[in-house]
Ligand binder design. Structure first.
Ligand code: TRP
Length: 334
């Protein structure tokens, strides 16, 4: 009998269209999406259904969704080899989320720390979608029978509840869902704010000098790097407690592939001024090809829309298999 090739492990991840990702999002997560796509069977979504848990301007949301999709192609994801799709274009996500809502307890959801934080931030719009957001995330993951989900610290609790929901459902109905595990791979860089190195780099930082956007122009990148907070030691050395310089060294290392010791040797006896310029140049070079491809794609939105449509079609086909199983188990008429 012919040997069946072993099914490659599947990874699912998603990113919300809430503005152009930062250098931190790129080095910490998106760049790994590309390397994982070489080894795993990957499904990547632009999570626009999640985005409307906070009020959105419709034209902006549409634009940002297409922009983010184009950016995913620009970083090197191949929509022919992996699923790359826009969540709202695949109806199974909302369908499964409803079913899973009915298998999730109010009490366990009330413990989600991100809900508590976000409802405090948007006290005027604490909607049920915001509350049920992790259930939609569970649907995203379980529909594709994902083995692994790469998650940052802020999404760990949501992956835990996904595992709980899946385990409970399987306990009642038999093996319907693969129980996903956190992806522990090559650790992505943890890029900190250029202004407050004790905080994670964030695109919602009110101080724009704190973050580098993936689409910042070379002169803006140079300016932000020059203004980055360091200390008064003027010594390029990676040591415990030196937040600002460690962060810049981490960025430089990530963009050039050079280990810390080599960077220390390279800048021995040089000041922060030289180093910051070198960091800026490395970041500019890292982002240049991505930005070039991005602008090309944005000049051809028809192409982007057609890739998204094909991605959605493929995602629908795969996820429908899981949804059909669920519907049958629950007792819906098929
Ligand atoms: N909630 C995630 C975030 O804001 C995005 C997301 C949606 C996601 N669905 C997912 C991440 C499924 C991993 C798996 O970062």
């Amino acid at each position: 009998m012919e040997q069946q090739p072993e099914r490659r492990k599947r990874i699912l991840s998603a990113i919300q269209p809430s503005g152009i990702p930062t250098l931190g999002n790129y080095l910490g997560a998106l760049k790994n999406w590309v390397s994982m796509s070489e080894e795993y069977d990957c499904a990547y979504a632009v999570a626009d259904l999640h985005a409307i848990t906070v009020r959105q301007n419709p034209a902006d949301l549409r634009h940002r969704t297409l922009e983010l999709y184009a950016l995913l192609l620009a970083i090197g994801l191949d929509p022919e080899k992996n699923l790359v799709f826009i969540q709202s274009q695949v109806p199974t996500h909302a369908q499964l989320a409803w079913v899973l809502n009915c298998y999730t307890q109010f009490g366990e959801m009330s413990r989600m720390t991100q809900f508590k934080d976000k409802s405090a931030q948007h006290a005027d719009n604490v909607n049920v979608g915001l509350f049920a957001y992790p259930v939609l995330m569970a649907a995203d993951i379980l529909l594709y029978q994902a083995d692994f989900v790469p998650v940052g610290a802020d999404q760990k609790q949501h992956l835990e509840i996904t595992r709980d929901i899946a385990g409970r459902f399987n306990g009642i109905y038999g093996n319907v869902f693969t129980i996903p595990e956190p992806y522990i791979g090559k650790e992505g860089a943890r890029v900190m704010s250029l202004q407050e190195p004790e905080k994670k780099m964030s695109k919602s930082d009110p101080n724009v000098n704190g973050f580098i956007s993936m689409l910042d122009t070379p002169d803006v990148i140079l300016r932000k790097c020059k203004r980055a907070v360091t200390d008064s030691e003027a010594r390029v050395a990676y040591e415990e407690g030196r937040g600002g310089i460690n962060n810049l060294m981490g960025i430089y290392s990530c963009c050039t592939g050079k280990p810390m010791a080599q960077i220390e040797a390279e800048f021995e006896g040089k000041g922060y001024g030289d180093f910051k310029i070198a960091v800026a140049e490395a970041v500019i070079e890292e982002l240049r090809p991505v930005q070039e491809r991005f602008h090309e794609y944005m000049g051809n939105l028809d192409y982007i829309r057609s890739c998204a449509a094909k991605g959605a079609e493929a995602a629908q086909r795969i996820s429908q298999r899981t949804l059909d199983k669920v519907m049958k188990k629950v007792g819906f008429v098929l």
